[in-house]
Design a protein around this ligand. Structure first.
Ligand SMILES: Cc1cc2nc3c(=O)[nH]c(=O)nc-3n(C[C@H](O)[C@H](O)[C@H](O)COP(=O)(O)O)c2cc1C
Length: 300
C-alpha cells in the first residue's frame, strides 16, 4: 500500500474539488492518502514516512500562489536525500488551457528537487475562472465533467509509476520569474480592496481569508498588505460587497454550479470559449476513450 501526502491550496474551491476527487481515486487504488490544506497553518507531517508527495494549487499569473511557494520552501529535506529521490506529482487548476500555465511549477519543482523529490507526474485541469470573466454554468459543467473522468486515469499513472510531464514553453523559467510580479502586485492591490454598503457584516471574508489579511477596526473593514489575490473573499461574498481594487471589472462573484445546467444562459464569451478550449476538451476526450478501450481489452 502506497502512502501519499497531498498538500494543496485552493482560493475559491476549484483545486480543492480536484484534489478531493484525486484523493478518492487514489484511495480506490488501495493507497493511503493524507491531505494537508496549506491554509491550515502548522504542518506536522514527517515527509520521510510517505512514498510520494503531491502539491496542488491554482495557477496565478502563470505561477503558483506565493503561499504555496513559501510552503514548499518551509518543508524539511528528506533524510536519505542523496540515495533515492522520492516521487513528486503536481496538480494545477487554471481558467485557461494555455501552455504558458505549465511554467507555473518551475519554482516548486526546483525547490523540492533540492529537498530530495523528483517530479514524475504533472497534471493540469481547466476549471472555471474565479477572476477575469464568469464562465457559464454549461462551461463549468463541461470542465468538471472532463476533470472528473480524467483524474482517475491520471491517478492510475501516478500509482503505476508511469511518468507524465507537461511541456514548458521556451524561456519558461525566465517568464515565470517575470510574471511573479503578480505576487507583489497582489499585495499592493489587496490594500485597495473596499467593502461597500451592501455589506451585511457576516464577516465570512474575515473568517476565511487564508492570510488573515482582513480585520475590523472601529467597525470598519481593513485590508492589509498580505493579500494573495486568491479571490476567496470577493468570490464567496454573499452580497457581492467587496470591491477588488484595480481588477473590479474582472471580478467573479458566486460559486459555480457544477451540475448539468437547467436553462440555456446567454454566453458572452461563446466564440472565444469554443475556440480556446476546443483542443483541451478533444485531447481529454481521446484520453478517456483510449482508457476505456484498453480497460475493455483487458477484461476480455
Ligand atoms: C490572481 C489570479 C491569477 C490567475 N491567473 C491565471 C493564469 O495565469 N492562467 C489561468 O489560466 N488562470 C488563472 N487564474 C484562474 C484560476 O487559476 C482558476 O480559476 C483556478 O481554477 C482557481 O482555483 P481555486 O478555486 O482553487 O482558487 C487566476 C486566478 C487568480 C485569482
Amino acid at each position: 500500500m502506497k502512502k501519499i501526502l497531498i498538500c494543496y491550496f485552493s482560493g475559491t474551491g476549484n483545486t480543492k474539488k480536484v484534489v478531493e476527487k484525486a484523493c478518492q481515486s487514489l484511495q480506490g487504488m488501495n493507497c493511503e492518502v493524507k491531505l494537508h490544506n496549506i491554509d491550515d497553518g502548522e504542518f506536522k507531517e514527517n515527509l520521510n514516512e510517505f512514498d510520494m508527495l503531491g502539491i496542488a494549487y491554482p495557477v496565478h499569473a502563470f505561477n503558483a500562489p506565493s503561499n504555496v511557494i513559501k510552503f514548499t520552501k518551509s518543508l524539511n529535506k528528506l533524510e536519505n536525500k542523496k540515495s533515492a529521490k522520492k516521487p513528486l506529482f503536481i496538480i494545477k487548476t487554471s481558467g485557461e488551457p494555455l501552455a504558458l500555465n505549465n511554467i507555473s511549477s518551475v519554482k516548486i519543482k526546483s525547490i523540492l528537487k533540492k529537498k530530495g523529490f523528483i517530479l514524475n507526474n504533472e497534471y493540469h485541469y481547466c476549471m472555471p475562472y474565479n477572476i477575469i470573466f464568469r464562465h457559464t454554468d454549461n462551461m463549468a459543467y463541461k470542465m468538471w465533467n472532463t476533470a472528473e473522468k480524467v483524474i482517475p486515469i491520471d491517478c492510475k499513472e501516478i500509482v503505476d509509476g508511469k511518468k507524465s510531464k507537461l511541456k514548458y514553453v521556451p524561456f519558461g523559467r525566465l517568464l515565470a520569474w517575470i510574471f511573479r510580479i503578480e505576487h507583489w502586485g497582489g499585495r499592493v492591490n489587496g490594500k485597495r480592496y473596499k467593502v461597500n454598503d451592501k455589506c451585511i457584516s457576516c464577516q465570512l471574508c474575515v473568517k476565511r481569508c487564508p492570510t488573515h489579511n482582513i480585520t475590523i477596526e472601529d467597525g470598519e473593514f481593513k485590508f492589509g498588505k498580505n493579500c494573495l489575490m486568491c479571490m476567496r473573499c470577493s468570490f464567496h461574498c454573499p452580497k457581492n460587497a467587496i470591491k477588488i481594487g484595480w481588477f473590479e471589472k474582472w471580478k467573479v462573484n458566486g460559486a459555480y454550479n457544477f451540475g448539468i445546467p437547467n436553462e440555456v444562459e446567454e454566453e458572452k464569451h461563446k466564440r472565444y470559449c469554443k475556440k480556446a478550449y476546443k483542443k483541451y476538451f478533444a485531447k481529454n476526450q481521446k484520453k478517456i476513450e483510449d482508457f476505456e478501450k484498453s480497460n475493455k481489452k483487458e477484461s476480455c
